[in-house]
Design a protein around this ligand. Structure first.
Ligand code: GLA
Length: 351
């Protein structure tokens, strides 16, 4: 029996910058998808969380438009790249909430990949796994995401955030201080996320193309005056966000935690105002976390619901409780909060 632990992630800063090949700085967190099972000639996986089972054989790898596509897609991409794993019989479970903006899909994909990598000796590096999982999202599941989530889940390191240049995939592990991280899942599932995400990606890509660039890293504010209103707003946000990721990394390196906090809060309001991906629920959390003493707070992931986080120097359990209580007076969604720490990336569990 092999057991894999695959973390979720919080993106500290660098939101909606990965699909224009800019900078991001996520961190793997200690909320996990676990996959345990044995080798098999076919696939049979039971999800304890969803109370649902998927079974298929490797000759019929079609999309089924449900959660099992993340698993089907992994087999599909491996076969496409001439790896020849056999199947798995096992179960998945864990404490990483599904569809909350904490990368539950990348976590599941990487759990399956690492299981197959170890059981069938595929000799994949963690970077190979991240790239393959991203292709699954783009080409099999049909989500036009960037590479941030998969890299965070694959390459996470306890005690560190990962600064990534998504153009060349160079990355740097940046020591993350002993701060308390409060994650707030607003309980709003991201219905708009797919269409609005794809729309932004398309606009940004077209705008960059028009400017003769593939990566937003090389575009400066002087280019903005040539653009129309919406394009200027979106690209303006991305240019500032790339800059903030670098500044946030440097603030962490200098131990300047209040500066780091200010940068992430500024990023939230820029996302809300200019990129249009926040929501009243996310804004409520950010305002209240700051009111109760957070160094900084912002939404994390694609937005339109999902989760936000805040960082504190003191244990924020009571603050989490208080915000949750106030939130429930105003909104009826099944919100939750989590206190999390950094984590290693996907790996085998040693018993
Ligand atoms: C989702 C995508 C990522 C990234 C974020 C926004 O999490 O999967 O690739 O684009 O949204 O930063």
């Amino acid at each position: 029996m092999l057991k894999i632990a695959s973390p979720g992630r919080v993106n500290l800063i660098g939101e909606h910058t990965d699909y224009s090949l800019g900078y991001v700085m996520p961190m793997a967190i200690n909320l996990y998808t676990f996959l345990e099972g044995n080798k098999s000639s076919f696939v049979e996986i039971y999800s304890e969380t969803l109370k649902s089972k998927t079974s298929f054989n490797l000759q019929s790898l079609e999309r089924s438009n449900d959660w099992s596509d993340y698993i089907r897609g992994i087999f599909w991409i491996l076969l496409k790249n001439n790896y020849n794993p056999k199947g798995i019989r096992g179960k998945i479970y864990g404490n990483l909430p599904i569809g909350s903006g904490l990368s539950s899909s990348a976590s599941l994909e990487l759990a399956v990949l690492e299981f197959l990598n170890l059981e069938y000796k595929l000799k994949l590096s963690k970077m190979d796994e991240a790239i393959l999982a991203k292709e699954v999202e783009n080409e099999f599941v049909g989500v036009p995401c960037g590479v941030m989530d998969q890299m965070a889940v694959a390459l996470g390191k306890r005690g560190y955030a990962i600064f990534i240049d998504t153009e060349n995939l160079h990355y740097e592990c940046v020591p993350f201080p002993k701060l308390h991280i409060l994650i707030f899942d607003t309980g709003v599932r991201r219905e708009l996320a797919n269409s609005e995400y794809a729309k932004r990606r398309e606009i940004v890509e077209k705008t960059l193309n028009g400017l003769g660039n593939k990566s937003s890293k090389y575009v400066g504010p002087e280019s903005l005056s040539k653009l129309q209103e919406l394009q200027r707003r979106f690209l303006g946000y991305i240019i500032r966000e790339n800059q903030r990721v670098v500044e946030a990394r440097d603030a962490l390196k200098d131990g300047n935690l209040q500066e780091f906090g200010n940068i992430i809060t500024e990023a939230h309001w820029d996302l809300a105002k200019n990129y249009g991906v926040s929501s009243p629920e996310l804004d409520f959390f950010v305002k209240n976390a700051l009111k109760y003493g957070a160094l900084g707070a912002r939404l994390t992931g694609a937005g339109f619901g999902g989760s936000a986080f805040a960082i504190f120097t003191q244990d924020p359990s009571k603050i989490g409780e208080k915000i949750l209580k106030d939130y429930k007076r105003l909104f009826s969604h099944p919100a939750k909060y989590f206190l999390v720490e950094s984590s290693d990336g996907v790996r085998k569990c040693i018993r």
